[in-house]
Design a protein. Structure first.
Length: 270
C-alpha cells in the first residue's frame, strides 16, 4: 500500500544511533539496489538510516501538485518533516536539489550535508559545460512527444547515451512516469549563500566517469562533474572525486562512499 511518504529504515543501533536521511534521484526509489541506496545499508551498524521514497516514487503516495508528478519544493517539505530532531542529510542527483533546499531552510535541524553527483545546474550555470547542458536539456524536454509512455521513456534515456536498457519493473516504470512530468531539477534554485553560511560540514561526491560510454560522459558526465566542482567551491564543501564511479557513485563504489559518509558523520559529532 502506498503511504504519503514511505521510508525504509535500517537500524542496528536499537534507536540510539545518529539519524541519516538519504534522498534518491530520478527513476529510482530509496532502497533500490540498481540506482538507490541499498548499498548504504551497512551504515546502519552505527547510524539510524532512513532511505525515503520521494512522492510518486517507490511506495510513496502521489504528488500533491496538480502540475507535477514530482517536485523538489514538495520534497524539501517532506525532508524537513523527517529532519525533526536533527539528522545527517544525503541527496543524490535530483534528490540533492531537494536536500539543498531543505537544508538551507532548516539549518538548525541538519548535522551535515552530502551531495552525490548533485543536479545543481543553477549553482554552476556560468560554467560552459553546464550552460550547454542546460540548453540541450531544455530543448529535448520541449520536444518530448505528448504520447510518450513510461516504457518508451526508459528505453530512450538509456539508448540516447549508449547505456544498456533498464528492466521495466513496476517501481522503475513509476519512477519513469514521474521523471517525465517532474519539475526539472536543473531549474531548481540553489541557495548558495545560505548553504555557504551554514556551520555544519558539507561534502560533495563526484564520479570520475572514465568507464562510462563516451556519449554518456559527454552529455551527462562533463556537466555533472562541473556541477559538483563548482557547487562544492561555492558552498564551502569538500569535494571528493571517486575513481571508477559514474553518476551513481554510491552504487558503483559503495566502499569509498560509505567510508566518506562515516568519516563525515563522525567528524560532525566531534
Amino acid at each position: 500500500m502506498e503511504r504519503e511518504i514511505h521510508v525504509t529504515v535500517w537500524d542496528e543501533t536499537g534507536g540510539t544511533g545518529p539519524r541519516a536521511i538519504l534522498v534518491h534521484g530520478s527513476t529510482t526509489w530509496g532502497d533500490d539496489p540498481v540506482f538507490g541506496f541499498a548499498a548504504q545499508r551497512p551504515l546502519a551498524a552505527r547510524y539510524r538510516v532512513l532511505a525515503m521514497d520521494r512522492r510518486a516514487h517507490g511506495r510513496s503516495g502521489p504528488s500533491r501538485s496538480p502540475e507535477y508528478t514530482s517536485d523538489y519544493e514538495a520534497d524539501a517539505e517532506d525532508i524537513a518533516a523527517l529532519l525533526d530532531g536533527g539528522a545527517h542529510l544525503v541527496g543524490h542527483s535530483y534528490g540533492a536539489a531537494s536536500a539543498m533546499l531543505a537544508a538551507a531552510r532548516h539549518p538548525g535541524s541538519v548535522l551535515s550535508l552530502t551531495l552525490i553527483e548533485p543536479g545543481s545546474y543553477q549553482a554552476a550555470a556560468d560554467d560552459p559545460a553546464v550552460a550547454a547542458a542546460l540548453r540541450a536539456n531544455r530543448e529535448s524536454t520541449a520536444h518530448m512527444p505528448a504520447d510518450l509512455t513510461p516504457e518508451a521513456y526508459l528505453r530512450a534515456v538509456t539508448a540516447s547515451v549508449g547505456m544498456p536498457p533498464l528492466e521495466p519493473e513496476p517501481y522503475r516504470l513509476r519512477g519513469a512516469e514521474a521523471a517525465m512530468r517532474e519539475r526539472h531539477c536543473w531549474e531548481a534554485p540553489v541557495p548558495v549563500a545560505e548553504l555557504a553560511a551554514a556551520p555544519w560540514p558539507k561534502l560533495v561526491i563526484s564520479g570520475t566517469w572514465e568507464d562510462a560510454p563516451a556519449l554518456y560522459r559527454e552529455r551527462g558526465g562533463e556537466p555533472l562533474m562541473a556541477c559538483a566542482r563548482v557547487t562544492a567551491a561555492r558552498i564551502g564543501a569538500r569535494l571528493l572525486r571517486v575513481p571508477g564511479a559514474g553518476h551513481f557513485a554510491h552504487v558503483d563504489r559503495p566502499d569509498a562512499v560509505n567510508a566518506a559518509l562515516d568519516d563525515l558523520w563522525t567528524r560532525a559529532a566531534a
